[in-house]
Every structure is written in structure tokens, then in C-alpha cells.
Design a protein around this ligand. Structure first.
Ligand SMILES: C[S@@+](CC[C@H](N)C(=O)[O-])C[C@H]1O[C@@H](n2cnc3c(N)ncnc32)[C@H](O)[C@@H]1O
Length: 340
């Protein structure tokens, strides 16, 4: 390979790797650049490297993506190869044959590489909405909030974080692995979401403690080592949770991602934020950060006007520039810092 060719191939590889591990839409892959690269090169090295960074990636081998996804990806890779070279590349066909012999499970895996060299792997539903909930897959706002957190670790270091509507758990796991919180409380209202969440926490090598608000909890569960946070999962429904139950979590920081998707959830969320404003720790209410994708400006406006009615000030957090995760380029994302 010519030196400039190898530099471009180097930037193409992480792009394929991050998108494939996170099972992003195939149309978001840099296929055009790949085709151009293939036209300029004579050997199969680039395609073999892509194979190693995707289907044969150690994370994928251990925690595979959906079979359909791997099949479509390999078919596209073969098409690109065949458009340029006449000789078939055996490794591509062997990989496809292996995938075709696998049966599709109801759960698949997505992995996200962290700048620390660590990764977060999640078991998720293969459907965007299943069991009547949106919480069994990772949404882009979760990735956006995790990115912001990793660039602002001081907001979480040595603090107790309460996450509302945690879903599959991406944001919390990234924060636990990189921002050194002293305690992290994942929460959600849906029993299937909570079950998947517990599985994902264990999958990522964190230990789970009993719920801090659980009366059956034993005091020895409080012991922690200074390296990893105390992690709990709580069943917390914004419509029924009381102020004393919220106060028992003793949060320093409250976060939530992609929880403003319809007027009902907006109103429930504002009510729970109001109750949290009474949860003082050292005479201070928790900091709160709410991240969302601006799908419908009216829903976002409802949120800010309801915050106004509740007397809760807010400010938009400036957009961060370092994109670490492969979410949709064109969707508008926002984080509001809410002063409880
Ligand atoms: C769109 S998902 C977002 C999940 C995750 N934060 C993410 O961004 O990937 C919304 C989550 O909010 C939870 N949720 C919705 N209404 C809720 C309520 N009233 N109380 C608690 N959680 C709720 C759902 O169960 C679901 O997990």
C-alpha cells in the first residue's frame, strides 16, 4: 500500500469497527470510500482487516450481533469486493457461511468502545419496541449523554448518581467505567427492562448490590472498594414514587436520557423532578441533566414550559465537540441542566 493509502485505510477501519460493533444502520457505513479504496488496491488486505475489525472482532465473537445484521453486512462487503475484483475472497464466503448456519436469538449484542480502551457491551432486544416498552434498546440520547459525561467526569466523580429511565443501561455503564462515581442507581419502571438491565450490569463485570431503598437489604451490602462504584437497580415509576423514597437514594446528581418522547412522559418527568428538588443532601438539591433527541419541537417546548410552571430553572448545556459513538449524524441532540 502507498503511504497515503494506508493512512486513509486506517481511518476507514475504526469507522467500520465502531459502526459494526454498535450495529448501526448499514447505510451509515462509509461504503463509497471503501469502494474507492478497493479500486486503488490490488490485494485483499483491506477487506481482511475489515473482517477482523467487525465479524471476527473478539467482542463480536464473544457477544454476537443479530444474525440478520451480520448476514446483511457480509453480503454488502461481498458485493463491494465483487464490484471491483473478479477473484472471490474465500474468507468472506466462509464468514457468511458461518453466519448462515446460526439461528437468530431474540436478544442480540451491541458493543461500544470507550476512549479508555475499555468497552460496554449490552444485550438488547432485536426489536425497537417490544413488551410494550422502548427501554429494551439503546437510544441516541443515551450515547450523547455518555459522551458528555466522559468529557465532564468531575460532574460524577465521588458522587451518588441516580438515573431515571435507564433502559438498556449504556449511559450508566459508561459513567461507572470512566467517571468514578461513588454510587450509581440505575432505575426504570418496566420489569423486562429491569431484568435486562441487571443482566447488562453483570455482563460488564460490575457487581450488583441490593436496592438501597429495599427494607430487606443487609447493612453489609454497603461495603465497597474505592475502585468501583456501589451499583444498584431500583424499580422506580415516576408516577408513583414518593419524595421520601427518592430522598432515600441520597442522590448528588440525577440524569436521564431520551425520556421526553410523548406529552405524558414529559408531565410525569417534571413531577418527579419537582419531588427530587425536595431531596436535600448537605442542604443541597441534586444537580440534574436531561438529554434528548429533538424529534418533535413541541414536546421539547412542553418540557421547558412545564419546568417554568413548576418554578424549576434550566439552561442548555453547550454541545460537546468530541464524537465518540456512532449515532445518527443529522439528528439534533440536547442536554438541559436543570436547577432543582
Ligand atoms: C426511550 S427509552 C430510553 C432508555 C435509555 N435511557 C436510553 O436512552 O437508551 C425510555 C425509558 O424510560 C422509561 N420510562 C418511561 N416512563 C417511565 C415512568 N413513568 N417511570 C419510570 N421509567 C419510565 C421506559 O421504561 C424506558 O426504559
Amino acid at each position: 500500500m502507498a503511504p497515503e493509502e494506508s493512512t486513509e485505510a486506517v481511518s476507514l477501519l475504526p469507522s467500520f469497527e465502531r459502526r459494526f460493533l454498535a450495529t448501526r444502520a448499514l447505510r451509515s457505513f462509509p461504503w463509497q470510500s471503501l469502494e474507492e479504496k478497493l479500486r486503488d488496491s490490488s490485494g485483499p488486505e483491506l477487506l481482511l482487516d475489515i473482517l477482523q475489525k467487525t465479524v471476527k472482532h473478539p467482542l463480536c465473537v464473544k457477544h454476537p450481533p443479530s444474525v440478520k445484521y451480520a448476514r446483511c453486512f457480509l453480503s454488502e462487503l461481498i458485493r463491494k469486493h465483487e464490484a471491483v475484483h473478479t477473484e472471490p475472497l474465500d474468507e468472506l464466503y466462509e464468514a457468511l457461511a458461518e453466519v448462515l448456519m446460526t439461528t437468530e436469538p431474540t436478544q442480540c449484542h451491541r458493543s461500544y468502545l470507550l476512549p479508555s480502551g475499555d468497552s460496554v457491551t449490552l444485550s438488547e432486544s432485536t426489536a425497537i419496541i417490544s413488551h410494550g416498552t422502548t427501554g429494551l434498546v439503546t437510544w441516541d440520547a443515551a450515547l450523547y449523554l455518555a459522551e458528555w459525561a466522559m468529557q465532564n467526569p468531575a460532574a460524577f466523580a465521588h458522587r451518588t448518581v441516580l438515573e431515571l429511565g435507564s433502559g438498556a443501561g449504556l449511559t450508566g455503564l459508561a459513567i461507572c467505567k470512566t467517571c468514578h462515581p461513588s454510587a450509581y442507581i440505575f432505575s426504570d419502571c418496566h420489569s423486562c427492562v429491569l431484568e435486562q438491565l441487571r443482566g447488562n450490569i453483570l455482563l460488564n463485570g460490575l457487581s450488583l448490590e441490593a436496592d438501597v431503598t429495599d427494607p430487606a437489604r443487609h447493612p453489609e451490602h454497603n461495603t465497597c472498594n474505592s475502585e468501583s462504584p456501589r451499583v444498584t437497580v431500583a424499580q422506580l415509576d415516576w408516577d408513583v414514587v414518593t419524595a421520601p423514597q427518592l430522598a432515600a437514594f441520597q442522590p448528588d446528581v440525577v440524569i436521564a436520557a431520551d425520556v421526553l418522547y410523548c406529552p405524558e412522559t414529559v408531565l410525569s418527568l417534571v413531577r418527579v423532578l419537582q419531588r427530587l428538588s425536595a431531596c436535600l443532601k448537605n442542604q443541597q438539591a441534586p444537580d440534574a441533566y436531561i438529554a434528548f433527541t429533538v424529534r418533535n419541537p413541541e414536546t421539547c417546548q412542553l418540557f421547558t414550559s412545564e419546568l417554568g410552571i413548576a418554578g424549576i430553572p434550566w439552561e442548555a448545556v453547550p454541545h460537546h465537540d468530541q464524537k465518540l459513538f456512532p449515532y445518527e449524524e443529522h439528528s439534533e441532540m440536547a442536554i438541559l441542566k436543570v436547577t432543582l
